[in-house]
Design a binder for this molecule. Sequence first.
Ligand SMILES: [Zn+2]
Length: 229
Amino acid sequence: MRITRLVCGHCGDILSGLGQDKLFFCSNCGRGWSLGEKGLDPMQVQCRAPADSHLPLPFWMVRATVHVLKRTVRNEFTATMLKFGSRYEEDVLSAKKTETGGRSDRRTFLFPAFPVDGLPGTGVSLSEHIHDLPNKLGAGDPLPDICGGYISPADSVVLARCVAVGQETEKADWLAEIEIVLSSVKSTLIILPCIPEVEKVAIAETGVSFFRRSVPAWSGIIDYQSSRA
Ligand SMILES: [Zn+2]
């Protein structure tokens, strides 16, 4: 395990994490920092995991305006496929499409700030439980040590769009094509208390969990947390 040692630009405390980490949380003053090409850039952070939580992990909360420019749905898709069998012809099916779009709405996305296989799916589930998160810690409350923040602020915007696409594909219709762009994007790092179970890890009280084997950095995260316990 390689540990990167950096210093908080606000209080001068040492920031630590795993070798590949790009996001740092100062457990002394509560500031957040992202590692850019020129050093550490300040970043918005909210801590919702108490200092004694077993497994505090970083997540991205991204607020954005979602513009659905075009949404094309196939009509009678199943019936058509049965009728044409393997002779799938785009020009025959093209008449059976409905195109909508041109709508915008504000959404808030929540997803891990560390790589997880199937991250957009976890993000779709987690974004439905934004109102079930534990409260922010009060001023002066002791703060936890975290590691594992690997997804940069720039990548958080890309992944928020993936989650938005995931939300569209989950609707009960035959989505054929979608064009989505995000604007007015604001990303905040959120530290949430997680609970290790047998094979899974539960994310706070959201009812959403992920398999520990689907996190490539899992053993590093566990080694880091147990060395600080
Ligand atoms: Zn600090």
